[in-house]
Design a binder for this molecule. Structure first.
Ligand SMILES: Nc1nc2c(ncn2[C@@H]2O[C@H](COP(=O)(O)OP(=O)(O)OP(=O)(O)O)[C@@H](O)[C@H]2O)c(=O)[nH]1
Ligand SMILES: [Mg+2]
Length: 183
């Protein structure tokens, strides 16, 4: 039987992954540098990356996110090995997911997995995050992966509360993942 690994990476990735887990009932591996976020989550499978690089805190820069994944490459290899397919859930724009995603994707491809990156792009008001996400996206588009993007700048409706918006975004992305899993 084909094995798919669903991974929630970084803060947004984990929030989206918990909705995916709740709605689709699939197993999810939560990956983050942030020890507190991992400890407060209810995922059965959790991996803290970059313990020395980030000391349990958010990566906060793309470079530190990359170093965190590189530091934990063997743990990531062990987690991904045996998966025919990786569905990686991430919010681009912060440090952890933006820096770690390319490292994780390259590792999964090297291990022979097909990779789908389901990623959000930052809101219009998140100027530096949007620039960081765009730069990362340019590089990710060159990789041999499937990309499913959810642009917060386009999907956000004026006047909508952020929590309501995130709820809707998570539901929409869970529906995207359901379609991917049915493929
Ligand atoms: N859909 C969704 N998007 C989010 C959520 N939280 C943040 N975002 C978006 O995701 C982007 C990245 O934020 P994080 O996920 O916190 O970044 P990170 O990968 O955890 O990086 P660090 O915080 O530096 O460790 C933000 O700029 C927002 O655009 C969420 O709960 N749901
Ligand atoms: Mg974060």
């Amino acid at each position: 039987m084909r094995k798919t690994l669903v991974m929630g990476l970084g803060g947004a990735g984990m929030n989206i992954a918990s909705r995916v887990k709740q709605e689709l009932g699939c197993d999810v591996l939560a990956v983050n540098t942030n020890a507190e976020t991992l400890a407060n989550s209810s995922f059965d499978q959790r991996l803290q990356i970059g313990i020395s690089t980030c000391e349990g805190k958010p990566a906060q820069s793309v470079h530190r996110g990359q170093l965190a994944a590189e530091e934990s490459l063997e743990d990531l290899r062990y987690s991904i090995r045996g998966a025919d397919r990786l569905i990686l859930l991430a919010g681009l724009g912060g440090g952890t997911a933006t820096g770690a995603a390319p490292v994780i994707i390259d590792l999964a491809l090297e291990l022979g997995s097909k990779v789908t990156l389901v990623a959000t792009l930052p809101f219009e008001f998140e100027k530096p995050q949007r620039a960081a996400a765009q730069e990362a996206l340019t590089k990710l588009e060159k990789k041999n992966i499937e990309l499913v993007l959810h642009d917060h700048a386009k999907a956000m409706q004026p006047g909508k509360a952020l929590t309501d918006y995130y709820n809707q975004a998570s539901a929409d992305i869970a529906a995207d993942v359901e379609k991917l899993l049915a493929k």
